[in-house]
Write a protein that binds this ligand. Structure first.
Ligand code: 6LW
Length: 548
């Protein structure tokens, strides 16, 4: 099914290698297999695991955090939840370490509720159910990293606010600290030692990863904040993770300017391939160019790949010293066209991988079924709308292509329940989503209901009151357009001859900063049903979901 165009001549490859929101990548190599994880924030299952054998084509093979005992996200701000996991392999076992934010921004009088990181482990990364329950550390912070030293000691590095920081400093003083940990209990075995505080940009030093190469320990840090000051720095030490660390004279070793097609580059993780070549993955954004400047990317931050070489005096060079770009080169790599076409017919008893819920739903399987009506995804609308911080009855997928059409066929008979609605949406967070759906009405006749994120809803009459309705979202660079078609004749599974377009929303409205929380995620395409403060007794049946 995959279209390959291997180019042995120019050895170009195309970034991002993982399009759609996929920030804070971390990866490992085991033999000839690569495994990679990215941040999943308020979506569950958490901590996606991707697999590749060539660093270019990545397949989602599962998730590390699938059970409530591992991840129980209630109602975080946008961008809360699971941040920046590190994936490592030691002695036949995979370890994934991360933290979960309930609430990042404190009220004026509160202290920040710093999370304590944890790790989960498995011997079989192909089986999502096999990951252990969490072992919590006692060191608070985010962006956890684990490093196994050759003497068997294990070090946890993480970012938290510097102790005794200057209260008048304009810098955030989010600094990297390291301690030795007991992996059995997660307890610290040494004091947390400050190993890096930054004055780059907003004074944040985070995303630490520690490695050993030859005689040196290396510490990589993301600095300056994840926005336009984002960059990567490197340090080395001959004595060990507690330092002292020598700073690379070329720091920051990786930094793109705000003139480039790829921006906010940083948060690197490195591996050595079987041939001794080094590669880094990092996060970066592809902002949208407009006449009046850059618009934030609707994909948020994505995963980019680049070659790393080492100078004679032992410092890393990213992408041959050039700014990171969409087109990069490395021997043996090739251009891969990420397939656009995708369809789930809901004919299996399991959803295809890549569907997400927001938060950890309270009753995980009570509001959706693939078996009650064969060949359909059945949703029983829950009490929460898409604009609720709680978990709505909705299934989401990452938008992967700037230009595509998303469509679904819905069979839904809400009668005169004017609060019951089911349909499809684009969803950035609970403040910013736009939807088109079928809604009940007091007169017993259903209506199409288009609800843009930035204006009042529009209702449109349907010609028939019982036919399936095909719903469309056309995704473009500068807008999303919403339409529908009545599928007369019942079970015809999605035509597109007579689409009635109901309205559109500008991209600028869909990428607006949320009033609370962080713009850390990217656009999701979703199927939803709700009944407004009660459960819908009438199911919404989706015949398929498709991207073309
Ligand atoms: C990530 C951290 C960051 O953990 O954003 O701004 C967080 N910096 O490195 C979420 O992606």
């Amino acid at each position: 099914l995959r279209r390959l165009s291997r180019s042995a001549i120019d050895e170009t490859f195309i970034n991002p290698v993982l399009p759609g929101f996929n920030p804070d990548p971390s990866f490992v190599r085991v033999g000839r297999d690569y495994f990679l994880t990215t941040s999943s924030f308020e979506y569950t299952p958490g901590a996606p695991i991707y697999h590749s054998t060539d660093l270019i084509q990545w397949t989602l093979i599962g998730h590390a955090l699938t059970r409530k005992s591992q991840l129980d996200i209630k109602a975080p701000e946008p961008g809360g939840g699971v941040w920046a996991c590190t994936l490592r392999h030691h002695d036949g076992c995979f370890y994934l370490t991360t933290c979960v934010w309930d609430k990042y921004r404190p009220q004026a009088s509160e202290e920040r509720a710093w999370p304590r990181g944890f790790y989960v482990k498995t011997k079989d990364i192909w089986d999502s159910d096999s990951w252990s329950d969490p072992v919590y550390f006692d060191q608070p912070g985010f962006d956890q990293d684990l490093f196994w030293d050759t003497d068997g000691k294990v070090y946890l590095s993480t970012t938290h606010q510097k102790v005794n920081r200057d209260p008048d400093s304009k810098l955030k003083n989010f600094a990297v600290h390291v301690c030795e940990v007991d992996m059995e209990t997660g307890n610290s075995l040494s004091k947390a030692t400050l190993i890096r505080e930054s004055t780059v940009g907003n004074g944040v030093s985070e995303g630490s990863h520690i490695f050993k190469k030859g005689d040196y320990y290396y510490l990589f840090t993301a600095e300056g904040g994840t926005e336009d000051g984002h960059s990567e720095c490197v340090f080395r030490s001959k004595t060990g993770p507690l330092g002292p660390w020598e700073e690379c004279p070329q720091n920051p070793v990786l930094r793109n300017t705000t003139d480039e097609e790829v921006q906010n580059v940083g948060h690197c993780d490195l591996i050595e391939d079987v041939d001794g070549r080094w590669f880094a993955v990092c996060l970066a954004v592809r902002p949208i160019k407009t006449d009046s400047g850059w618009l934030p990317s609707n994909f948020g931050r994505e995963t980019f790949l680049q070659l790393v070489t080492w100078t004679e005096d032992g410092w890393p060079r990213f992408n041959a010293g050039k700014p990171l770009a969409i087109k990069c080169t490395a021997r043996g790599l090739y251009v891969y066209d990420q397939p656009k076409r995708w369809r789930d017919n809901f004919e299996s008893s399991q959803l295809q991988p890549g569907w997400y819920r927001k938060n950890t739903p309270l009753k995980a399987h009570a509001d959706s079924s693939l078996t009650e009506r064969a060949g359909y995804l059945r949703l029983y609308g829950g009490p929460y709308k898409l604009t609720s911080p709680a978990s709505p009855t909705a299934l989401f997928r990452k938008q992967l292509h700037r230009q595509c059409v998303w469509k679904t066929q819905l069979s839904f008979q809400p009668g005169s329940s004017s609060n019951a609605e089911a349909g499809t949406c684009i969803y950035m967070n609970y403040f910013t989503c736009s939807s088109i759906g079928v809604r009940g009405h007091a007169d017993g006749r259903r209506r199409i209901h288009f609800t843009p994120a930035d204006a009042d809803a529009i209702s449109v009459e349907l010609e028939t009151n019982d036919a399936d309705v095909v719903l469309f979202i056309e995704c473009q660079e500068m807008h999303y357009r919403f339409g529908f078609e009545e599928a007369a004749g019942g079970d015809k599974r999605g035509g597109s001859a007579r689409i009635k377009w109901v309205g559109e929303i500008a991209m600028s409205a869909m990428v607006a900063e949320p009033p609370i929380g962080m713009q850390f995620t990217g656009m999701m395409l979703g199927l939803y049903a709700f009944a407004d403060m009660q459960r819908s007794l009438v199911p919404a049946d989706f015949a398929f979901a498709e991207v073309m």
